[in-house]
Design a protein around this ligand. Sequence first.
Ligand code: ZN
Length: 429
Amino acid sequence: MSPHPSDTVFVLGGPILDSDRRGFVEDHMVVIADGRFVGIEPATLLPSDAARVIDVAGAHIMPGLIDSHTHLMSRSGVEADPRLITTSVVDAVIMAKRQIESGVTSLRDPGCKHHGIHQFRREIAEGRVIGPRAYTAGPNIVGSGAPVDWRNHFVDGADDVRRAVREEIKAGADLIKLVLSHSTADSDWETCLRYLNDEEIAVAVAEAHLLGRRVGCHCEGLPAARAAVDAGIDVIDHGLLLDEALVSQMADQGTFYVPTLWAFSTDTHLNVGKTIPPERAELYELKVAGPHRESVQRAMAAGVKIAAGTDPVHWIPARDAMVRELETLVAAGMAPIDALLAATEVSADAIGDRRLGSIRPGNYADLAVFEGDPLTDLRALARPRLVMKDGETLVDLRHDQAAADALWADIATGLPASDRQPELWGQRK
Ligand SMILES: [Zn+2]
């Protein structure tokens, strides 16, 4: 007699990523019941009368990937032209489906121009739209006068900040997003603009924590990042120029770091997002992309918890955006197993929902099954054969090579699936 109910699902036939062992285990199976993981069990325990068995035929089985920094509705110009609201929704529908087809089953969306993103999260949760489980922030909170061209909460002083945090949470925010600083290649990094003062940052973090929400921040340059870490912020997004003292403080405090390294690379700006003109590429590499990479290397060496985020602000990415971020992190020195955990378990921790990101008992049964061994070739992650969310199969390409080839055609190019409106980097006033 099987100890498992008859509707239990058994996924087997390939190595399984076991986060506790920091590696893949052979000859095991993933057991799923009622949309949750029962656990990883030896394959020899497969009940002889098991009705629901999914054989992945040698493919690698992982928890679903988590994108720690992506924007489903980042269409520019919505604030000025309401017709673009429709476009942003259509973008989001396309993008959410592509994420699932990329093996991404959860995401963190840190910042949208409007509160519609929270409703989109619900539409996904209710199954009306195919997409990852989303954790969403509404408009960013930023000091008045900041030269950021997005729709934001513009605030002045502690009371304003507190009100903005409360309003965002009332509107449905899972997390709070601050915009603390920006740079251009012409910036002096030591004095790059600060958009919130220390008191305002501290109030935002304290109020969000009081209301049970995490806080992330768009942050470029050391002074703003230091102030945010001093205030106990949960996540530094981008960061860009963190020094030895700060990365060691982040490691001590357990501050998460989502560097979005690929999105900030010169090649991405030049060839994918087309957000810098060719004549600015050298300066960008020298002043931004190169120092950012070194900063991420310092964070790796210090043991900072680094989560993987793609940040495709200006385009709908090709299906290998997450692979590109992981390849960029590994090229910068991250061990491949740490890259896999950055896109699963560490991202789950950065979001703050431990029911994600690992095949542990009770967790959401989100799985992605890949052809090839991602530890020796991260590109394998661009080819999900099977994607499951809440125990439900959303993608199954195991027996349809023509459909798989058609779906994966875009990953050969890496080019975006569609353009949005590029905002040229370096032209901020
Ligand atoms: Zn972003």
